[in-house]
Write a protein that binds this ligand. Structure first.
Ligand code: GAR
Length: 207
């Protein structure tokens, strides 16, 4: 089976990136991570990538002060590397619509809640879990979805839930949710690589 070429975009620790690297190295997914791009120069995920000899690129406001130039550089790099799939693994920036159009149904994002709950603008990282506690929901989870124009509104590929206990802190919920994220993201990439995802309107049919 031929390998799909992946670019992973990160902003932080990169534990989801690590889960993906591990699955690929185990031979579970016919894919190659061609490069890791970060919009933060100090993102630990960059070290994780280097540890596995994966090319890294930093695109931030220091390397490219002009946002338009930064966005077109991103597109240029991905096209040059002939990337098949873009994985947002804790990438906390909004992608330009031209980019989303070019990679239509070829960008996937992992989000730390059961979308459409606790999603959209302003819902990222620990803040999601803080809102989960405030609202008092008994169940939360993780979602992998395709990225479209609407923030966190694209077709849902996979979801999995975890229970919320009254005593849980945001950090405790984050820990439980990350554990399932590390299973869901590699699985979604595997399904994509095997051509087992069909998008029907704003829904996904798993083949
Ligand atoms: C993950 O929990 C991911 O779901 C979240 O950021 C974290 C990154 O962790 N993403 C979002 O909140 C996107 N809206 P990681 O860097 O250890 O993979």
């Amino acid at each position: 089976m031929s390998k799909i070429k992946i670019a992973v975009l990160i902003s932080g620790g990169g534990s989801n990136l690590q889960a993906l690297i591990d699955s690929i190295e185990k031979g579970d997914i016919a894919a190659e991570i061609k490069l890791v791009i970060s919009n933060k120069v100090d993102a630990y995920g960059l070290t994780r990538a280097s540890n596995h000899h994966i090319k890294t690129v930093v695109l931030d406001r220091h390397t490219y002060p002009n946002l338009e130039e930064r966005d077109s550089k991103l597109l240029e790099i991905l096209q040059k590397e002939e990337i098949d799939l873009v994985v947002l693994a804790g990438y906390l920036a909004i992608l330009p619509s031209s980019f989303i159009e070019t990679f239509s149904n070829r960008i996937i994002n992992i989000h730390p809640s059961l979308l459409p709950s606790f999603g959209g603008k302003g819902y990222y990282g620990l803040r999601v879990h803080e809102e989960v506690i405030k609202r008092g929901v008994k169940v939360t989870g993780a979602t992998v979805h395709f990225v479209n124009e609407e923030t966190d509104g694209g077709p849902i590929i996979l979801q999995e839930s975890v229970g919320v206990e009254f005593e849980d802190t945001a950090e405790a919920i984050q820990k439980k949710v990350l554990k399932i994220e590390h299973q869901l993201l590699p699985l979604a990439v595997k399904l994509f690589a095997e051509g087992k995802i069909e998008v029907v309107g704003n829904r996904v049919k798993l083949l």
